[in-house]
Write a protein that binds this ligand. Structure first.
Ligand SMILES: NC(=O)c1ccc[n+]([C@@H]2O[C@H](COP(=O)([O-])OP(=O)(O)OC[C@H]3O[C@@H](n4cnc5c(N)ncnc54)[C@H](O)[C@@H]3O)[C@@H](O)[C@H]2O)c1
Length: 340
C-alpha cells in the first residue's frame, strides 16, 4: 500500500460532507478520490465542494475501483451493513458513521467480515476524539474526582428529522441517531458496561407524522445501571431548533467534571477542597468540527501504522446493543436487562 490512503466517500449528505471536506483538505496522508451517492442532486452539491476523480451512483461500482483503499460510509444507518460487508470483501478499510448498524446481528456480521478480510473497521463516535472529552477522560483516570458514581449525558439536535428517521424500524429513532453518542460516552468514560436500562419518551414536535409513524418519538429520557453499580442518565431530543447541545457531567465520590457547551469547548473540574478549575489551554473556538478531523486522521493513521482503531467495531456493537435495549424499554415500558 502506498503512503497515501485513497478514500471513497459513500453518502454525500449532511455528515458525509464533513468527512469529505476533511479528507480533501485537512487529513494528512489521505486523498479523497471518489464520491458515491445514488442522489444526483447530492452528488452535484458535493462536487461543488470537493474535486474528485471518480463519481459513482452505485457503491458496488465504486468498490470495483482498485485505486480506492478505504471507504467512509455515511449513508442512512439502514444501509451501513450491506455496504460495509461489500467493502470488506473488496478489501477496503472502513470508517463507518455511528450507529454502526440497526441491530446487533448486523454489527456482529460486519465485525466478522472485516476481520476475515483483514481490513480496519472504525466507528464514527467522534466525541472520543474531541479535545474536551479526551481531557475529561484523563481527569477521570487521574482519580482527582474519586470513583465515578454517576454520568449524565444529553444530546439535543436542532434539525428536523430526515424522512428516513421517522420509521424507527429503519433508524431506531433518537436513541440510535442521537443518543448512541451518549451511550458510547458513558461506556468510554466509566470503562464499565451497562446492565439495565429504562427509557420513556414521546413525540412532542412532529405531531403531523403520528398517524403514519405512531412509534416515532423525538424526545427520550433513560436511566441506566452499570454492572459494577455505577449509574447513568441520558436524555435525547431531535428538532429542538434552539441549537446543537451536547453536555456530559461526571459525578465522582470526591468531585465532578462538566463537559459543557461544545461551542466553547470548556471543561470545569470541581474537587473536594472546594476548588473549581478551568483549564486555560483550550481555544473557545473549538467545535466538534476538529473532533471529526482528528477522528478521520486517526482512521488513516491506523491503516498506515497497522494498529487497532481507537473506536472499534466492538464499540459500535456495544452501543447498538444499548440502543436496541433502550428502544425495547421505551416501546414495552419496562426495565430491560442487558447481557454482557
Ligand atoms: N457522527 C455524527 O455526529 C453524525 C451526525 C449526523 C449523522 N450521522 C450519521 O451519518 C449517517 C448519515 O446521516 P446524514 O444526516 O448525513 O443523512 P443524510 O440523509 O443527510 O445523507 C445520507 C446520504 O446518503 C445517501 N445514500 C442513501 N443510500 C445510499 C447508498 N446506498 N449508497 C450511497 N449513498 C446513499 C443519500 O442520498 C444521502 O445523500 C447516519 O448513519 C447518521 O446517524 C452521524
Amino acid at each position: 500500500m502506498s503512503e497515501v490512503i485513497n478514500i471513497c466517500l459513500i453518502g454525500t449528505g449532511r455528515a458525509g460532507m464533513i468527512h469529505g471536506k476533511n479528507f480533501a483538505r485537512r487529513v494528512e496522508n489521505a486523498k479523497l478520490i471518489a464520491l458515491c451517492d445514488p442522489s444526483k442532486e447530492s452528488l452535484e452539491l458535493a462536487q461543488k465542494e470537493v474535486d474528485c476523480e471518480y463519481i459513482y451512483t452505485d457503491y458496488q461500482e465504486a468498490l470495483k475501483n482498485k485505486k480506492i483503499d478505504a471507504v467512509v460510509i455515511v449513508t442512512p444507518t439502514v444501509y451501513h451493513k450491506e455496504i460495509a460487508i461489500a467493502a470488506a470483501k473488496a478489501k477496503k478499510h472502513i470508517l463507518c458513521e455511528k450507529p454502526l448498524a440497526i441491530n446487533e446481528t448486523e454489527c456482529i456480521e460486519m465485525i466478522r467480515v472485516a476481520e476475515e478480510n483483514q481490513v480496519k473497521l472504525q466507528v464514527g463516535f467522534m466525541r472520543r476524539f474531541d479535545a474536551s472529552f479526551q481531557e475529561a477522560k484523563k481527569v477521570v483516570e487521574s482519580g482527582v474526582i474519586g470513583d465515578v458514581v454517576l454520568v449524565k449525558s444529553l444530546t439535543h439536535g436542532p434539525s428536523e428529522p430526515k424522512p428516513w428517521m421517522f420509521d424507527i424500524s429503519k433508524s431506531n429513532g433518537p436513541i440510535g441517531e442521537v443518543n448512541s453518542h451518549d451511550l458510547d460516552t458513558l461506556r468510554w468514560l466509566t470503562g464499565s458496561e451497562v446492565s439495565s436500562i429504562y427509557a420513556i419518551g414521546g413525540n412532542y414536535r412532529s405531531p403531523e407524522v403520528k398517524a403514519d409513524f405512531p412509534d416515532y418519538y423525538d424526545t427520550v429520557a433513560m436511566n441506566l445501571r452499570f454492572s459494577d453499580g455505577k449509574i447513568g442518565q441520558i436524555d435525547g431530543a431531535q428538532y429542538v431548533q434552539y441549537g446543537y447541545d451536547a453536555r456530559t457531567e461526571i459525578l465522582g465520590t470526591r468531585g465532578s467534571i462538566l463537559v459543557g457547551d461544545q461551542g466553547k469547548h470548556n471543561i470545569i473540574v470541581a474537587t473536594s477542597d472546594q476548588k473549581l478549575t478551568q483549564p486555560t489551554m483550550h481555544s473557545w473556538m473549538y467545535l466538534f468540527r476538529e473532533a471529526y478531523v482528528t477522528e478521520d486522521q486517526a482512521f488513516v493513521d491506523c491503516i498506515l501504522k497497522d494498529t487497532k482503531p481507537l473506536c472499534t467495531g466492538n464499540d459500535g456493537l456495544m452501543a447498538v446493543r444499548l440502543v436496541n435495549a433502550g428502544l425495547t424499554s421505551l416501546l414495552e415500558n419496562r426495565i430491560v436487562e442487558v447481557e454482557n
